[in-house]
Design a protein around this ligand. Structure first.
Ligand SMILES: NC(=O)c1ccc[n+]([C@@H]2O[C@H](COP(=O)([O-])OP(=O)(O)OC[C@H]3O[C@@H](n4cnc5c(N)ncnc54)[C@H](OP(=O)(O)O)[C@@H]3O)[C@@H](O)[C@H]2O)c1
Length: 261
């Protein structure tokens, strides 16, 4: 199946590395005009020139999702050319680890802002074009914890559940407008996020990084970690015209790790 995104615009949040960058690269390669979003302006400036199909005049916005009001202000200041966006990939850094019962209120507030509130801000920004074109794809990068909480990721498990329910709700509301809203749930994916989780687990348990990695892989039927490109493949498909009848789903891309249906 050939995925053609020509004529479409796509905002990919959290796109200076990992799953976000792999997605932006693939979408640009399929013909979409991309807006990258993340905090590191220098990195964004470099990466926007590395995206395929440079004639599409990809853009970037530097914004910090832990400051939702600043994100809103920056979006309001963008030139109102009505170009953005047919596709919205909601993605940002994962919340800090640790058990939920030990977390302070601030950790919940930060994660709620970065994940749920910023997703809503981005949706409201992108929606007018989706409605006008009768074509919209919202894809939220969440976690398999929406199906099965992951021990040691208490704040994340909690906030991810809220995002999944927000997503299912708007999928029902926006379906008649030609907009689909779906969630991709990555399993253990080889990115900087996974590296830091493995390192802190190794430190906490007094084990080597290799020991921790092997133990994690033994719980995955595929017996390996996924790559950012494997997650991006699923995102690209959900963004495509071919996926128009898929709406409101949670799609685990986890090598079979999640033990629930
Ligand atoms: N990797 C895994 O194994 C795995 C598994 C399940 C779920 N996930 C989830 O999937 C998502 C993406 O994962 P990943 O592994 O690709 O993460 P990653 O490698 O840590 O990349 C995160 C991206 O988000 C940006 N970002 C981080 N904090 C931000 C903020 N406050 N405001 C705006 N942008 C921010 C980062 O760029 P800047 O630093 O420039 O802002 C970066 O581009 C995360 O929510 C993660 O928790 C990952």
């Amino acid at each position: 199946m050939e995925i053609d995104l020509q004529g479409l615009t796509s905002i990919v949040c959290g796109s200076t590395q990992g799953i976000g960058w792999a997605t932006a690269e693939m979408m640009a390669n399929s013909g979409a005009r991309i807006m990258l979003i993340a905090r590191n302006k220098e990195k964004l400036e470099g990466l926007v020139h590395q995206l395929p199909n440079q004639h599409l005049q990809h853009e970037y916005l530097d914004a910090d999702f832990s400051e939702p009001h600043l994100l809103s202000e920056k979006l309001e200041k963008l030139p109102h050319d009505g170009d953005w966006s047919n596709i919205l990939v909601n993605n940002t850094g994962g919340p800090k680890g640790g058990p939920a019962n030990q977390a302070d209120l601030e950790e919940f507030r930060i994660a709620f802002n970065a994940h749920l509130i910023c997703n809503q801000i981005m949706l409201k920004f992108a929606m007018p074009k989706m409605v006008r074109d009768k074509f919209g794809r919202v894809i939220n990068i969440i976690s398999t914890s929406v199906k099965q909480p992951i021990p040691g990721l208490g704040v994340s498990n909690t906030i991810r559940g809220a995002v999944a329910n927000w997503s299912k709700t708007i999928a029902g509301e926006l379906g008649p407008e030609g907009i689909t809203v779906n969630n991709v749930l990555p399993g253990a994916t080889q990115t900087a996020r996974l590296e830091s989780l493995v390192m802190s687990k190794a430190k906490k348990e007094g084990k080597s990084v290799e020991e921790v990695e092997e133990a994690m892989k033994s719980n995955i039927p595929a017996r390996r970690f996924g790559s950012a490109e494997e997650i991006a493949n699923a995102i690209l498909f959900l963004a495509s015209r071919q996926a128009g009848y898929i709406n409101g789903v949670n799609l685990p891309v986890d090598g079979g790790r999640t033990s629930t249906l």
